[in-house]
Design a protein around this ligand. Structure first.
Ligand code: SF4
Ligand code: SF4
Length: 118
């Protein structure tokens, strides 16, 4: 995955929800299933059983998606896991992105000094 990280720019999400709707795995890193299960007030085994599947590379758990590829946790423009959403979600597009990502993402660039003042 080709990441294009700009050192002096921070992209502010405009909640277009495109990144919650495109096909592909939403990988859970170590400890994230436990964190989400605790947030939902359910045993982690049940969360894994009911809300995840094995990622395409068979190395990780991934959140389930709807038949149209949107994430099952998307509600309107809101993420129902906002407080505990996976790092993959929270990190896009500032920690990782891909070639031509700006065609799909409406995040607005601000200079890093501006972003830290807000
Ligand atoms: S967990 Fe939340 S932020 Fe991540 S893809 Fe699903 S709805 Fe979007
Ligand atoms: S695609 Fe970009 S602007 Fe849209 S919700 Fe995701 S990060 Fe925010």
């Amino acid at each position: 995955m080709a990441s294009v990280i700009e050192k002096d720019v921070y992209y502010v999400c405009q909640r277009c929800t495109n990144c919650c709707r495109w096909p592909g795995d939403v990988i859970l890193e170590e400890g994230e299933a436990e964190k989400i299960a605790a947030f939902l007030g359910m045993p982690v085994e049940d969360f894994i059983q009911e809300h995840t599947h094995l990622s395409a590379n068979r190395k990780h758990l991934s959140l389930l998606e709807n038949p149209d590829h949107s994430c099952v946790w998307l509600e309107g423009k809101d993420c129902r896991l906002q407080e505990v959403k996976p790092r993959q979600c929270a990190g896009f597009p500032n920690e990782w992105n891909f070639k031509d990502w700006r065609k799909w993402c409406e995040a607005i660039p601000v200079k890093k000094e501006e972003e830290t003042r807000n």
